[in-house]
Design a protein around this ligand. Structure first.
Ligand SMILES: NC(=O)c1ccc[n+]([C@@H]2O[C@H](COP(=O)([O-])OP(=O)(O)OC[C@H]3O[C@@H](n4cnc5c(N)ncnc54)[C@H](O)[C@@H]3O)[C@@H](O)[C@H]2O)c1
Length: 320
């Protein structure tokens, strides 16, 4: 039987942001209704970075992503986050495809944040603030541009080279370099840094803001001053992952936040079990750690399209 081998550029051809958003939202609905399975990701921590194993099954699709986070990689010309994904036949276990999951990770992370914004941001949100202009920031902008009429995109990074690159790469959007305090005052703020100390201060965040806290996805990482969490409606992607390594992990370990302070999971909100934003003044936060159903939902689209086109490399991988 053939196994498709799909490179990063193949994946880029086969996945677009609109499809990613639809597939990921559908996967969250399935999760809410017990039609998806996913243990919390398991971590392997090394000196210079970490690895995560992320298996999941959604209706008709199953697989596992193996992904790293090595923050010093850009200086070596490599992405911080790189992934590989094995996509299997749910009935036999056969590996139907092995694909690059670096782009999948970026697309599904952006897609998930935009879905959170759809339910949690104000309907009239027009300004997007991005803190950290690295790899994941690109898909935060692309995904939000699918769902919102963005009048202004404000961006801040410690590195002016990263800001200049980001602005140059998006001539089609109104992107402007700004001070951190101005970025934090946007209608929707996405924090996408590997920070281990709060970057965003409470005094900068306006009532009615929605924050996607993306960067903290492992123990010890945090981007928001804990006081912001205390005064906000906090939604997580997965309770176990968020308490162990999401934005709330450090505040929990310091006794500044508790699991019972979590308002809902994103699956609860997307499925209508709990309402999203309830007033124009509340500050809402989506604590994203990245969950495996997001990857498998995108892998499914990629596999189905690749199989249909018949033009991608396949090999006899398993000896019968
Ligand atoms: N939640 C998820 O699903 C998910 C998915 C992928 C990556 N991540 C996390 O997102 C973070 C960013 O990943 P990436 O691939 O974009 O990394 P990257 O290295 O490409 O970019 C990070 C950017 O943040 C900037 N930065 C670092 N510290 C900063 C600070 N204090 N203030 C402002 N800017 C700062 C860096 O200069 C860099 O431009 C990582 O922590 C990664 O683990 C989360």
């Amino acid at each position: 039987m053939p196994t498709l081998i799909l490179s990063g550029s193949n994946v880029r051809d086969l996945l677009d942001m609109k499809n990613a958003i639809d597939a990921v939202e559908q996967a969250f609905r399935q999760l809410a209704h017990g039609a998806a399975q996913m243990p919390a990701k398991s971590y392997l921590v090394l000196e210079k970075g970490d690895f995560r194993a992320m298996p999941a099954a959604i209706a008709g699709a199953v697989g596992i992503k193996w992904v790293n986070v090595h923050p010093q990689n850009p200086a070596r010309g490599l992405p911080t986050v790189m992934g590989s994904l094995i996509y299997n036949d749910p009935d036999t276990g056969y590996p139907l495809a092995i694909m690059d999951a670096t782009g999948i990770t970026a697309y599904r992370t952006g897609a998930t944040a935009a879905i959170a914004s759809k339910y949690l941001a104000r309907k009239d949100a027009r300004t997007l603030g991005i803190v950290g202009a690295g790899r994941q920031a690109y898909t935060q902008l692309l995904a939000h541009a699918e769902l919102f009429d963005l009048e202004q995109v404000l961006v801040y990074d410690l590195s002016t080279a990263a800001i200049d690159r980001f602005i140059a790469d998006f001539p089609q959007f109104p992107v402007k370099a700004s001070r951190l305090g101005e970025v934090a005052a946007a209608d929707i703020v996405c924090t996408v840094t590997p920070a281990r100390q709060p970057v965003l201060r409470k005094e900068w965040v306006r009532p009615g803001t929605h924050i996607n806290a993306i960067g903290a996805d492992a123990k010890g990482k945090e981007e928001l001053e804990p006081a912001i969490l205390k005064s906000a409606v906090v939604v997580v992607d997965d309770i176990e992952q968020a308490t162990g390594g999401g934005e709330i992990n450090v505040p929990i370990s310091r006794g500044l936040f508790t699991e019972s302070d979590i308002y809902a999971t994103l699956a609860d909100i997307v499925s209508g079990k709990k309402p999203g934003r309830r007033s124009n003044d509340e500050i809402t936060i989506f604590d994203s750690t990245g969950i495996a159903i997001e990857d498998i939902a995108c892998a499914r689209i990629i596999y189905e399209k690749a199989k249909q086109s018949g033009k991608y490399l396949s090999i006899d991988f398993i000896e019968g």
